[in-house]
Design a protein around this ligand. Structure first.
Ligand SMILES: [Zn+2]
Length: 118
């Protein structure tokens, strides 16, 4: 087997890391749907490396559709930003995740007071 160049190694590592984050987030979204979670919130890691895309997504909420893998059926709570999928639109090296918004959370009074459109 030929030796990987440093560039190929970096590419492979980025690809694998990105796939793991996306897979992890997909698994979470499926679990949330199974547990009856109605709303999910985008949570970006905020530091010097955060992309503008993920900065803009941080804190946005969507109604979780019956099929959490149907990204087009996510409906924004108080906004019309399309749900980007399990990682940000830049995809590579994204460290964002989605967190469940539950009725027990006092900060949820406002969005949950809205009618769930699904
Ligand atoms: Zn990101």
């Amino acid at each position: 087997m030929p030796e990987l160049t440093a560039q190929a190694k970096a590419w492979a590592e980025t690809t694998i890391r990105t796939a793991i984050v996306a897979e992890h987030n997909l698994g979470r979204l499926i679990s949330f749907a199974e547990e009856g979670v109605q709303v999910v919130e985008w949570a970006s890691v905020i530091d010097a490396e955060t992309t503008d895309e993920c900065l803009g997504l941080d804190g946005l909420r969507w109604w979780l559709p019956a099929d959490p893998l149907d990204f087009e059926s996510y409906i924004g709570v108080g906004h019309d930003v399309p749900f980007p999928g399990p990682v940000g639109p830049h995809i590579w090296n994204c460290r964002s995740t989605q967190i469940p918004v539950t009725e027990d959370d006092a900060t949820l009074a406002l969005p949950l007071a809205m009618e769930n459109p699904k």
